[in-house]
Unconditional design. Structure first.
Length: 332
């Protein structure tokens, strides 16, 4: 009996060892199969962090230096451009004067005189100088004062409200004249007020052909133009886009005003975005530029809400429609 019990006890010990060995084997097998996680870095070395900060600071200083250099170069080019433009204007004036003098000399029958020869040489010299100054100035996407002037057709949307007429009308006419001047020749012009009413009813819905006489007629008509206005440019802009958009024409809209009486800036932006959608190149159907006049900023020494809304609307509108917003400092 004692021998049988001893044998049973030995068998039990062997079975327990088998279980323990199988358990350890399973754990080893799991460690082989399952890849342990990489150690987690709880804190980077302070030396490494300082090195990264120093490298970023050096890169920042390098970028700042490049920005300063580019700004200086850009300012120099703007100054040179302004000098060249003034020089061209002076030369054109002298050119016209010399041409008139030559015409008078020819009429007097002294075309072969020394004076006539000197005048002809002077005219040729001025022509060469103007060509030199203008060479390379006209490019596909030319900019003047930050405004791209590559369009072939231009439309003015003018706020004819009482505040504009009484407070900024003379300055507005000068800005229209200046805008026309930066487009020496276009294929068509149109003028509407903020409600979408045409300045010239005979050209309603049609392009006004460009010519010096028609440009003068526009400026003259502006002196006395009186049209009803609700101080909201959305009607004029939408009417112009819907009537004149043509995928084969480059068109720019110029919105001139001082305030926006509407209640929602976002509503106007959404309306215009729906009708002035972008093409595959990210370009809108027409460019929209805007000029703001500080009429409402000069009352009681602070800006009225309508003026603030107009500035906010025009800034966003120009940005979304590949244009530029220009705020005028004074109305004189």
């Amino acid at each position: 009996m004692s021998r049988r019990f001893r044998r049973f006890n030995e068998d039990s010990n062997i079975s327990f060892l088998d279980v323990i060995c199988c358990g350890f084997g399973a754990i080893v097998l799991l460690l082989v199969i399952v890849k342990p996680n990489q150690p987690v870095v709880l804190e980077e070395s302070e030396i490494v962090a300082k090195g990264q900060v120093r490298a970023l600071q050096e890169r920042l200083f390098e970028i700042r230096g490049q920005v300063t250099f580019l700004e200086t170069d850009l300012n120099a080019k703007h100054e040179q451009l302004g000098i060249d433009k003034r020089r061209v204007a002076i030369l054109r004036s002298e050119f016209d004067l010399l041409n008139s003098r030559m015409a008078s000399v020819d009429d007097d029958g002294a075309g072969d005189s020394t004076e006539a020869i000197d005048l002809q040489v002077a005219v040729q010299s001025l022509s060469r100088e103007m060509k030199r100054l203008l060479a390379g100035r006209k490019v596909k996407n030319d900019y003047i004062g930050g405004i791209p002037v590559d369009s072939e057709y231009i439309i003015f949307i003018i706020d004819t409200s009482g505040s504009m007429v009484s407070g900024a009308w003379g300055r507005m006419i000068r800005e229209v004249s200046n805008t026309l001047r930066i487009y020496p020749k276009v294929k068509g012009i149109q003028v509407l007020n903020d409600n979408g009413q045409y300045m010239f009813s005979t050209y309603a819905g049609e392009w006004i052909p460009d010519s010096p006489s028609r440009r003068r007629a526009i400026i003259q008509k502006l002196q006395f133009w009186n049209a009803s206005s609700n101080s909201s440019p959305v009607e004029g802009i939408t009417a112009a886009i819907r009537r004149f958009y043509d995928k084969n024409k480059k068109i720019s809209l110029y919105v001139l005003g001082d305030d926006y009486a509407g209640k929602s800036v976002r509503r106007v932006l959404d309306i215009i975005q729906n009708i002035n959608a972008e093409n595959k190149r990210g370009e809108t159907l027409v460019r929209i530029h805007a000029i703001g006049f500080p009429v409402q900023f000069q009352r009681n020494g602070k800006a009225l809400p309508n003026a603030v809304r107009y500035a906010a609307l025009m800034r966003e509108l120009a940005e979304q429609n590949n244009g530029t917003f220009v705020g005028i400092n004074n109305v004189r």
